[in-house]
Ligand binder design. Sequence first.
Ligand SMILES: [Zn+2]
Length: 491
Amino acid sequence: MRVRVYNTLTRQKEDFKTVAEGRVGMYVCGPTVYKPSHVGHMVGPVIFDTIKRFLSFLGYQVTLVVNITDVDDKLIVESAKRGFSVTQLAETITADYLTNLRLLRVDGIDHFPRATAHIREIIDMIQGLIAKGFAYPSGGDVYFDVTRDEDYGKLCNRDPEQLEAGARIEVSGLKRNPGDFALWKRAKPGEPQWESPWGPGRPGWHIECSAMSMKLLGPSFDIHGGGLDLQFPHHENELAQSESFSQLPFARFWLHNGLMKTGDKKMSKSEGNEIVVTELLKKHHPETLRYLLLSSHYRSPIEYSEDRLLELRRSLESFYRFFDRFKRITGLDYYSLPVTAKQSEPVQGGEGLMGKIAPLRQSFLEFMADDFNTGGALGILHEMLPILNRFADQAGLESAGPAARAREEFHQGVLCLRELFSLMGLFLEPISTPAAASDQTLDGVVRLLIDLRADARKNKNFALADQIRKRLTELNITLEDRQGETTWRQG
Ligand SMILES: [Zn+2]
């Protein structure tokens, strides 16, 4: 299947061609671990995990690396504030990050290299850059000389003067040029430090990613990802250092994901509107958050609001209800259905249900192959659902004795749905936690509300009935109306 990818480096969509046949190396810039993950930290991992799922499905062998920056100015300041050591703070925050990734079913990351575990590689690379004339030691620091790199600025498509004007230029008499950036920083008293040929110090941020990507993926690899806000200076500098060092092309495709926004504002620490993931997950299931992050194209900003999450939650519920229906019809658990890991033979359409499902499957794959348009692909799955439901209605699958053939067709259709949703990392396992039998009080209270809602509807007080349902949804309790009976579940 022909895959097209928008490449920030060339500012156009290109055919996806890998450095090594059949293999894909992907590097995504991860967090600086000084504060608990906020929702924005989950965007890149969820998107690139989904891209990996799709490329693996196409048959590529994909290695995905996400780094952890565990030494940095922000960490030093925050750990001093909290009375922790930098290591303690980094470990606590890394554990929080990894837990959130697990909950969001970001299963595909192969390596989480930490900067502090790669000091040797970083020093070696800086030495190489000095030896080749691209960097110079100065007062215990080492700087990269941007004027020595002829194509500096090519990622952002700006010339160095413009970049300098846009950069936060550190006031330092140690640099040759205002745009030069630190590869190594001389230690200040009390800061974490390592011995180096230039005296005790610590690495700059940009060089970590160059050294770790090179170690794990080689000097030339396929996809470099990260948030749009990292394009400059971080990625520009990573690119400059890596290519100056290796004299080889660094990442072939640069993919930049859009940032979270709420209302008209970017979600950021400076705006004070960041949402901490653990707080959000107290109210919403991780599956709803994953779904939100995939519901638009990865290059667009992601609109965040509480209403949007509730709306998406209702979309997900239509699938949860469908999986219950599937079980009633076939006796099979949707979550136990096999998932095809690789692209199989094209699904045969023909007459009947599969005649409708197969072209939609093809459209789904085409959306994904067109610059990983997850939003478009999810839209297709929403088209599949009513087709499957209608088929079950028309074939009378829930009544006694429907034709075995119709039931088999239905099964095939749902297998297809399962296959495609697994590429999104959605509905991988059941989320409902049925009320424990012992929790009779909660059950009693919810049943009371279900009865009150039924009375309200009988009296045509639909506003009240909707209110009861909405308030329960906010408490993570889902009501399901089916054949004159209402049941409930958590999740
Ligand atoms: Zn990076």
